[in-house]
Structures are given as C-alpha cells and as structure tokens.
Design a protein around this ligand. Structure first.
Ligand SMILES: [Zn+2]
Length: 472
C-alpha cells in the first residue's frame, strides 16, 4: 500500500488530524487503515486489502469526501479481517453530532425547510429535508423520557392553563410555576380538561409531603378556588391575578366607550379607570398626573376666545363653520394631545421601572379595602359594564387580597407562556410530540441542562480539515 506521508506542506494537517503517531494511515486511494493486525488464528501479520465500505457519511454530498474503512487479509488462512477503526468512528460521530447540534438548535426557531436552506446558504452543507426531519423526530422522542426534578417549597405557585389547537384538536396546556424561584415546575398538555382532572393533576404535582405550598396565583375562574381547596383544605391561599383583572377592566372599558368602531376615550375616563387600577396597586403618580392634565384642559377651555378658536381652526384645518362645533373640535384635539402625553409618561415610567428593576407598589389590605370602598360610593360614574365588574370584585374580594401583598400577578408565567407559544405558532409545527419537545427544550434551557453538544472552534476546524483533506 502506498500511503500519504506527512510533508512540509501537509505537516500541520497531519498534526491536527492525529495522524502523526502512525496509528492511522491513509492510503493514496483515500482508504483509512489502522496498523497491521496480527491474525488471531495463525499469528502472522496481515496485509492491507482495500476497503470494506464506500465511506459515505452525513457530509459526503456537501464535501465529496469519503471515510473508507480499510480491511486486512491473512494470506496464510486466506481470511479477510475487519478491523476496528476508532479514528473513523470518532470522525463519523463528530460529523453527525455537529449536524444534529445545528439542526436541533435551529429547530426552536425555524421550520424544517428553513433549516435545510440555512445550512446550505451559510455553510454549504446539504442535508435533505427527510434527514432534518429524522434528526428532529429522534430528538423529540428522546425528550419524551426526559423528566425534570423539582422541590416543593413553602411559597406561592402560579397556575395557568392555555387553550390551543394541536392537530386540529382542542388541547390545554397546563403549567405550574414556582414564583419565588422563577421557574416552571410542571408542564403538560391534555386533550380533556375539567375541575376533576385539574384536582388529579394538583395531587400529582404536589404530593402530600412537607413543606406545603403557601398558595396559588390563578386567573379569575371561580372553579379554581374550590379545586385547590378540595386538595389542600380551606387554608390554602388563592390569589386572583391582578394583572389579569386590570387587563379585563381595560378591555371592558374600551368596549363600553365604543361608538361604531372608534373608542371615545377622554381624560376623565382615563382618570376613572386608573382609580380602579389604584385599588390593589399604588397608582397615585398616574392619578396626580391625570388631575393636572384635566386642570390644564379646563383652563384651556376657559381661555378659549373667539380669536384663539380661529387660530386653531386655521392651524388644524377644521372644516366646520358653526362656532359651537368649531369650539368642540378644538377642545377635542387638545384633549387628544394631552391623552397622548399621558400615554408617553406611562410608557417612560414603565421603562424606568424595568431599568431599575422596581415593581409597582402593592397596597396593604387595609389600604386596598379603603380604596375599594370609595369606588363603591361613586360606582355610578362608571359605565354599566364596569359597574358589573365592580360587583364581581366585591363578591370575590377575598381572592384579590389573599396573598396579603406577597405576590399578586402571574406575570412571570404569562411571559413564559407567550414566548413559547409564539414560536410554536410561527413554525407551524402542529403535532403534540413536537410541541411537547419544544416546551421541554425551553425548560431544559432554563434548568441549565444541555441537550446537544457544544462544539469548540477547534473541533469545528478539525471537522472541516478532515473533509477537505479527504475530498476527491
Ligand atoms: Zn491467519
């Protein structure tokens, strides 16, 4: 056999590919041999004898390179001998792992077609869609057996369920969230759901051990308190999510103010709505701002002379001729500007809170009760829909203050829900297996569990060096 020898030109490649020791030899035909074997029957040294395979591997199409495995022959016994070739095995493994790592990592965000395109466009790696599909499916199946450990602590847990369609079927995604440690402890997808099933899941997730959870933050569904109480007893604290309540109030307010397709907000409506937001959180900053803006508007109205109206009619190109109508229009435009400035203040304030990592101040139970009492006195100022909402809050007030201010929203959980679901919808992957796998990958990431191998630059360099060295 004529073998490729290290030369001044390929010297560094020989070093990089572990070919210097002479344990692995590459013939001039590109066959990869090991040292000559000793025949275990007669004890003679064997001869090199071509290759036992055509050497195709996952990157052959992309690089036109082959890993032909050398075989040997004992002329005394007239016997062909297949030898172990660790060098080839390691290369094949690293090629496969490299491609699988790329595909699985990309599969969080891209569809199978997009992955094929991405690999081709960025690395000239040609992998068929069916190979991509098989690698993802295999990984998805492996993930079904992956279980996560969690410890129950004496704190608050968030619970939520999310309705979705998988394979055209209604499904429910169930999540329990450890609020203090900011992580999911249980996640499942079920096709059938009822209060009884929820109770069974609660028992499964929180077996009868100490410590017990202090309570749960849930949406405002009335069957939740009784489901949790049936499992844990009456003392378990059930806190309704205030963020959820406020979102509802905003929606109901907009609905109530709808005329045709437009929602007719005024500063006064803003103010009244923030009075509701001010029950459980301290929103006095926003209320004071709104008061100032309303005062500003009143003063503007008082000082609005005929000359001034004419000025604004020209400035804003108001088309009405009637003076009264013109005046109304000017006031409306200015009020809209003031509302816009309020939204900007809100926006900036929220960003500032995020930056400084501070949250809104939660009111004490006493203070919340007092604020709510005041709301009830002046209930008639609110639209009917909101009056009904106030009634409902009154009826279930205990659930809005249950945690005594320790935790009053499921915001962290909502953020988690949203980000995973968006990915699922975007990718158009609709099978239960792939969705469950997506959730498990996300969770593994949170838990710091590695699901695929991370390659160093040097390992990648070695892979591509081998490919180009063996390319034909
Ligand atoms: Zn022999």
């Amino acid at each position: 056999m004529r073998r490729i020898q290290p030369t001044l030109i390929n010297f560094s490649i020989f070093g990089q590919l572990d070919l210097m020791s002479g344990d692995t030899l590459i013939s001039d035909k590109g066959i990869i041999h090991t040292k000559r074997e000793v025949c275990d029957i007669c004890g003679n040294v064997c001869q090199y004898n071509g290759s036992s395979n055509i050497g195709k591997h996952i990157l052959t199409t992309s690089s036109n390179s082959f890993l032909r495995k050398g075989q040997q022959y004992c002329s005394t016994c007239d016997k062909t001998i297949q030898v172990d070739n660790k060098w080839i095995d390691n290369m094949v493994t690293s090629f496969n792992e490299y491609v699988a790592t790329q595909i699985i990592s990309l599969s969080d965000k891209l569809s199978e077609d997009d992955i094929v395109t991405h690999l081709k466009n960025t690395m000239s790696i040609e992998i068929s869609k069916s190979t991509v599909h098989n690698i993802i499916s295999k990984s998805n199946e492996d993930l079904t057996n992956l279980e996560f450990d969690y410890k129950i602590e004496e704190g608050f847990y968030g619970y939520d369920e999310q309705f979705l369609m998988i394979d055209g079927k209604r499904a429910y995604r169930i999540v329990f969230y450890d609020i203090a440690n900011n992580k999911v402890i249980y996640e499942d997808i079920v096709y059938k759901f009822s209060k009884k099933i929820l109770q069974e899941i609660i028992i499964k997730v929180f077996p009868k051990t100490e410590p017990k959870p202090k309570g749960f933050v849930v949406d405002m569904k009335l069957e939740y308190p009784s489901a949790f109480r049936n499992v844990f007893g009456k003392k378990i604290k059930i806190q309704f999510c205030i963020f959820h309540l406020n979102k509802l109030i905003l929606k109901e307010y907009s609905d109530a103010l709808k005329i045709g397709k437009k929602v007719k907000w005024t500063l006064m409506h803003y103010y009244n709505m923030y009075c509701l937001f001010n029950i459980f959180y301290n929103r006095s900053f926003e209320l004071n701002r709104l008061k100032k803006l309303m005062k500003h508007l009143e003063e503007f109205k008082m000082k609005l002379t005929k000359e001034k109206i004419l000025f604004y009619v020209n400035k804003y190109k108001i088309k009405y001729n009637d003076h009264g109508r013109q005046r109304e229009e000017v006031v409306e435009i200015i009020e809209k500007k003031l509302m816009k400035s309020f939204r900007k203040i809100l926006h900036d304030k929220r960003n500032l809170r995020k930056k400084r990592k501070i949250t809104l101040e939660i009111r004490s139970i006493e203070s919340a009760k007092k604020k709510f009492e005041n709301i009830q006195y002046e209930k008639s100022i609110f639209p009917l829909k909101i009056q009904k909402r106030i009634e409902k809050i009154k009826k279930n007030f205990e659930f809005f203050i249950a945690s005594e201010g320790e935790v009053i929203t499921n915001n962290k959980l909502e953020g988690f829900f949203g980000s995973t679901l968006k990915k699922f919808r975007k990718k158009g992957r609709k099978s239960l297996l792939s969705f469950s796998a997506l959730l498990k990958r996300k969770r593994a990431q949170c838990e710091g569990i590695k699901l695929f191998r991370k390659f160093t630059i040097f390992e990648i360099s070695k892979i591509f060096t081998v490919l180009s060295f063996l390319a034909q």
